[in-house]
Design a protein around this ligand. Structure first.
Ligand code: FAD
Ligand code: FES
Length: 277
């Protein structure tokens, strides 16, 4: 991208309502040349700018070599996301990005991969799963472990059903609270880890979700002989510049926008459980 500080105009190509408060939008730049040049890695994010309202960091969930449009899945929480929710095909917004360091998938070929996701923070992990599914022969076995607070929070039911049918793929789902008929585990996502069929001590693990959940999961994995430097996690912080200048996303000595959002657990484990960092 030409200038990381200037938003470039993009147009909404497609829109999907995933659940009551989550939607996806597919975008394209209005500048043809920019569309051709635009490249990103799974786990990177864009800054989405609603003209006159504000800007928010949002992960890119589509495949880097997928179609012409890039896709964002967004939960409506406040000022900017409420306006983004109203956008329809043909509407325009500004995009800066891609930013940050993504998942190290290119270095993990032929490895077994464990993906553990908690809460609604599933968007960055979907980019991992999509990436592996489209390059299945390049990876070993895949275990997907997803936990949600309430069974009604689970989106992408079709995706999970589809992933369950794939060879060498295990999908485990949990909800802290479930409505009648929820066929999967009721309880915490960490309670599913003993059911994972991979050799956790040899697998590469990627975590996504609330910090406490990621920390608790990593601790359990270490007890199962996982190596700290074979665990990665995606962090969230409020952001403004997205290029390591303003300090809004400070995380100890790092800036989440520039040095993350994906970090190696070995580098950050002592910071994760400390309040205020
Ligand atoms: C690298 C990165 C990737 C992200 N990817 C996604 C994604 O794919 N999909 C998605 O729905 N959201 C994602 N987020 C979170 C998203 O950026 C926030 O939900 C958004 O900024 C809220 O803006 P708002 O103006 O709608 O809400 P506001 O009115 O700003 O805030 C509403 C509430 O959310 C809190 N909040 C705002 N930003 C954050 C944040 N970054 N982390 C934690 N709490 C926050 C505020 O403190 C407030 O309580 C990501 C954040 C980061 C840092
Ligand atoms: S958002 Fe400004 S330093 Fe990260």
């Amino acid at each position: 991208m030409h200038d990381s500080q200037i938003p470039h105009e993009a147009v909404v190509i497609s829109r999907t309502q995933e659940s009551r408060s989550i939607f996806s939008i597919g975008l394209q730049f209005t500048d043809e040349e920019l569309n051709k040049q635009y490249r990103f890695q799974p786990g990177q994010f864009n800054m989405l700018y609603v003209f006159g309202i504000g800007e928010v960091p949002i992960s890119i969930v589509s495949d880097p070599q997928g179609s012409d449009e890039f896709i964002h899945t967004i939960r409506t929480v406040g000022r900017v996301t409420q306006i983004l929710e109203q956008l329809q095909p043909g509407d325009r917004l500004g995009i800066r990005g891609p930013f940050g360091r993504g998942w190290p998938l290119q270095t993990l070929q032929h490895r077994d991969i464990l993906v553990v996701t908690g809460g609604l923070g599933c968007a960055p992990s979907v980019s991992i799963i999509n990436y592996i599914m489209l390059r299945r022969e390049q990876f070993g076995r895949l275990a997907i472990v997803q936990g949600v607070k309430h069974s009604e929070d689970l989106i992408w039911h079709d995706h999970y059903q589809q992933w369950m049918q794939q060879p060498d793929t295990q999908v485990l789902l949990a909800a802290d609270v479930a409505t009648h008929g929820w066929p999967w585990h009721i309880g915490l996502v960490t309670e599913l880890l003993p059911q994972v069929e991979l050799d956790i001590s040899q697998a590469a693990t990627m975590l996504c979700g609330p910090e406490m959940m990621m920390h608790a999961t990593a601790q359990m994995l270490l007890e199962s002989k996982a190596k700290a430097d074979q665990i990665w996690l995606s962090m969230e912080r409020n952001m403004q510049c997205a290029v390591g200048l303003c300090g809004h996303c400070q995380f100890g000595p790092d800036f989440v926008c520039r040095d993350g959002p994906v970090f190696n657990y070995a580098d950050v484990q002592h910071r994760l459980s400390r309040r205020g960092l």
